[in-house]
Ligand binder design. Structure first.
Ligand SMILES: [Zn+2]
Ligand SMILES: [Zn+2]
Length: 371
C-alpha cells in the first residue's frame, strides 16, 4: 500500500500515514521513511553537562539569576532535579518512561545515567544518556553581603536620659534576631542582621533593609516602651545615579523602667513603676492606688528601684491608714502610711527608704499581673 509519496531523502515509497491536520504544514522530517527517520533520531535531548552553583556558606543554589534555598545537605538530589529539568524528550514519543541514576564521582561531580524509553512511529525506542553535573561552590549574594558587612539601616537603642540596662540591651538584640528569623522563615533572602555593635550608650543593630529596620524598631518600642525617630542619610549614588539612603532608627527607651521607684513630685508620694509600654503605669506606695502618666508629662525623679527594698518587722497596725514598722537603718519604730496591699497578718514587710520617707513595697506576688 502506498500513498504515492516518496521519501525525500532516499526516494523509497512511503506507506500511508495520517495526514496532518488541515492547514498544518507537513514538515520535512515527517515525510521521511522510517529508516531515514530513525537514522538521526534522538529520543532524548540532553545538555553535555550541567553546572550547579552552590553557596558554600548557606547551601543555597543558583537558578537562573536567583539564589534559592533548597534545604539540601546532599546535593545528589539537587543534581537529579536539575538534570530532569534540563532533559527534553522527543515530542512525537508516546508512553514515555524514564529513570535517573546518580553516580557520585567525587565531592563536586555527579554522573547522571538517564534511561528513557518510549514509542515513536509505533516502534519501541530506548536511549541512555550520561550527563555530568558539576557542583561549583561559591558565595551567594546574601552571604556576600553579610560577609561584607552590608546594611541599609541601623537601629540605635538608647535610653531617655540614661543608658539601657543590660537586660534591655540584650532583649533589644533578641527582638531584632527574632524579627529577622521570622522573615527568613517566609523565604525572604534579604533578611539578615549584619552586625551588632555594643556602644557605651547602647547597642547599634545593623539590618539588611530599611523596611526591616523600621519593623525591628517598632517591635522594640512595643515591648520595651519609648519612641522611635528615623533619620535618613545619603550614603552614595548607585551606578544609575540613584541616591542610596541608609536610615538610622533612633529608639529611645523610656526614662524609667519597670521596677523603678519614682517621685512624680505631685504631693502624693513615690510610685513603683509596673509598666512603661505606652503610658507609665505604677502603684502609689502610700496608698496602693494606681498611677498613670503619659510620656512627656512633667518630670519625675527616680528614687531607686524595688531591689533597694529591705525586709523589716511590723511593730503594730495602727488603723486603716497607718502602720508601725522598724526603720531598717535606725531600728526605731516609725509610723508610716498603710497601702491597701498591706497584709495585716504579716510579721515582716519589704520597705523602701528614700528622701520621700519610708514606704511599704508590694510583694512580688501583689505586683504580678496587675499591669
Ligand atoms: Zn528514506
Ligand atoms: Zn549563601
Amino acid at each position: 500500500m502506498s500513498s504515492g509519496e516518496f521519501c525525500p531523502r532516499c526516494g523509497d515509497p512511503v506507506p500511508d500515514r495520517e495526514e496532518p491536520l488541515p492547514g498544518a504544514p507537513r514538515d520535512r522530517e515527517e515525510a521521511l521513511c522510517d529508516a531515514c527517520y530513525f537514522e538521526d533520531f534522538e529520543l532524548v535531548d540532553a545538555p553535555d553537562r550541567i553546572e550547579v552553583a552552590v553557596c558554600a556558606t548557606c547551601g543555597a543554589i543558583k537558578r537562573g539569576n536567583r539564589w534559592v534555598d533548597v534545604g539540601a545537605d546532599d546535593y545528589t538530589d539537587v543534581a537529579v532535579d536539575e538534570v530532569v529539568e534540563a532533559l527534553g524528550v522527543h515530542v512525537r514519543a508516546r508512553e514515555v518512561s524514564w529513570g535517573v541514576e546518580p553516580e557520585q564521582v567525587d565531592q563536586n561531580t555527579v554522573r547522571m545515567h538517564c534511561h528513557f524509553s518510549g514509542v515513536v512511529r509505533g516502534t519501541h525506542q530506548e536511549e541512555t544518556v550520561v550527563v555530568p553535573v558539576l557542583i561549583s561552590r561559591g558565595t551567594c549574594t546574601r552571604c556576600g553581603r553579610i560577609a561584607g558587612g552590608y546594611y541599609a539601616s541601623v537601629v540605635q537603642v538608647r535610653g531617655d536620659g540614661r543608658t539601657p540596662t543590660p537586660e534591655e540591651a540584650s532583649r533589644a538584640v533578641e527582638i531584632a534576631e527574632e524579627y529577622i528569623a521570622e522573615r527568613e522563615a517566609t523565604g525572604d533572602r534579604n533578611a539578615f542582621v549584619s552586625g551588632v555593635e555594643e556602644t557605651d550608650d547602647g547597642p547599634d543593630i545593623k539590618i539588611s533593609t530599611n523596611q526591616m529596620g523600621q519593623g525591628v524598631s517598632n517591635r522594640i518600642v512595643r515591648e520595651l516602651g519609648g519612641s522611635v525617630e528615623s533619620y535618613p542619610t545619603l550614603v552614595t549614588e548607585d551606578g544609575d545615579g540613584n541616591e542610596v539612603y541608609r536610615v538610622t532608627y533612633a529608639v529611645r527607651l523610656p526614662q524609667f523602667s519597670s521596677g523603678d521607684v519614682v517621685d512624680p513630685d505631685d504631693g502624693d508620694g513615690p510610685v513603683l513603676v509596673r509598666s512603661v509600654q505606652g503610658n507609665l503605669k505604677g502603684t502609689r506606695l502610700a496608698s496602693g492606688d494606681d498611677y498613670e502618666r503619659k510620656p512627656g508629662d512633667a518630670d519625675a525623679r527616680k528614687l531607686g528601684s524595688r531591689d533597694d527594698g529591705v525586709e523589716t518587722t511590723v511593730v503594730a497596725v495602727e488603723d486603716a491608714h497607718a502602720v508601725q514598722v522598724l526603720d531598717p537603718e535606725t531600728y526605731e519604730s516609725k509610723t508610716i502610711p498603710r497601702p491597701d496591699y498591706f497584709d495585716p497578718d504579716a510579721e515582716t514587710v519589704p520597705v523602701f527608704k528614700s528622701r520621700a520617707g519610708l514606704h511599704i513595697l508590694p510583694s512580688d506576688a501583689d505586683d504580678a499581673g496587675t499591669s
